[in-house]
Design a protein around this ligand. Sequence first.
Ligand SMILES: Cc1cc2nc3c(=O)[nH]c(=O)nc-3n(C[C@H](O)[C@H](O)[C@H](O)COP(=O)(O)OP(=O)(O)OC[C@H]3O[C@@H](n4cnc5c(N)ncnc54)[C@H](O)[C@@H]3O)c2cc1C
Length: 346
Amino acid sequence: MVVAGCGVAGAEFLKSYFRDVLVVSPDHRLVCQALLPAYVAGDVEEEELCVDLMPFFENRGIDYRRCRVFSVKTRCNTLFTKSTNSSESLRGVGYDFAVIAVGGESCTYGVKGIENTLSINNLEQARKARKKMESAKDVIVVGSGMTGVEAAYELSKYCRVTLIEAKNRILPLMCERVSSCVEKILEKAGVKILTSCRVERIEKGTVHTSCGELNSDEVLWCAGIKGRRLPGLKYGNSGIKVDESLRVNRNVFAIGDCADVTVNGKIATKTALEAERQAKFVAKSIAGRTSGMYRPFSTLDKPFAIMTFGCRGIVVAGNLVLASPQGLIYRIKRKIMENFLKKFEA
Ligand SMILES: Cc1cc2nc3c(=O)[nH]c(=O)nc-3n(C[C@H](O)[C@H](O)[C@H](O)COP(=O)(O)OP(=O)(O)OC[C@H]3O[C@@H](n4cnc5c(N)ncnc54)[C@H](O)[C@@H]3O)c2cc1C
């Protein structure tokens, strides 16, 4: 068994699967990405949001190789890997079963000048963003999905923030009640919101949009996630093509943000909750304890999400919206994240 990637999906799979496993991933830390907006603003420290998986691997006899999967040749049951710190050539790793859990990367929509922006899809990017934000006074956040709105709120504690959204309301994939509830919170925090505003090009210090030129010290790109590309695998709308049992083929599975999971027309959201559920499903499926199709819980038409803005929290379950200003939802979300990381401590 080879597992590519040990983020939420890969780690959860390893928790449920016990036989000979080799993990290939450029990083052996499990990162709780939900805390990255607060980390970038300087309100959370690194040790609170990640756990080193090496002791967990050692305890379970899991082999770990620090490298990236570069491509996959499913006909030969081989993954090709490349070391993270050298120009070493590709190395083939054979498998009987493979689970691909390499996560996602930013959707860029062909916008020119993306290299002039910061992003927070992983800890490395977030570290760089945090350093730059320390001296920033004006920040533009592009994209008002869950990550964009939480990041805009966190950063507004320390600098002027403008949030840009191409659609006509923030959180456009959620119901209108959520949009207006979060809009009020952000406006109260001083965030300037520009909707129906499309980013066309980004230069250092200037964002060219359909509403004119905007200046800022830094631009944070939060315009959505799609599955990371690995040559040799077929891609659907948002990631690696899988069938309704999350299989790429008979002995390869793809789970979490890297996969395009659509079952009965329902598209799974790219969330930690979905990554965890998909990992458990595949572990059971390989062990022969379940067959049939995966049932996504959080889907684009009925998303489940917990968002936090300081001590305020909002739970969204389809069209149901529950808001708590007193910190209860915030505490519950922090507890869920703490407990998730704790499972992987030695
Ligand atoms: C800022 C932010 C906030 C979020 N907030 C929430 C939230 O509040 N609630 C929620 O449910 N979800 C949230 N999410 C989404 C959630 O974090 C992801 O859906 C979840 O981490 C997906 O798990 P994954 O294992 O698919 O990917 P990841 O957790 O990203 O793990 C990917 C793994 O693959 C490894 N990898 C990368 N490239 C390669 C390669 N070529 N070869 C091998 N390994 C590779 C990485 O090192 C990593 O170990 C948030 C995401 C972000 C970015």
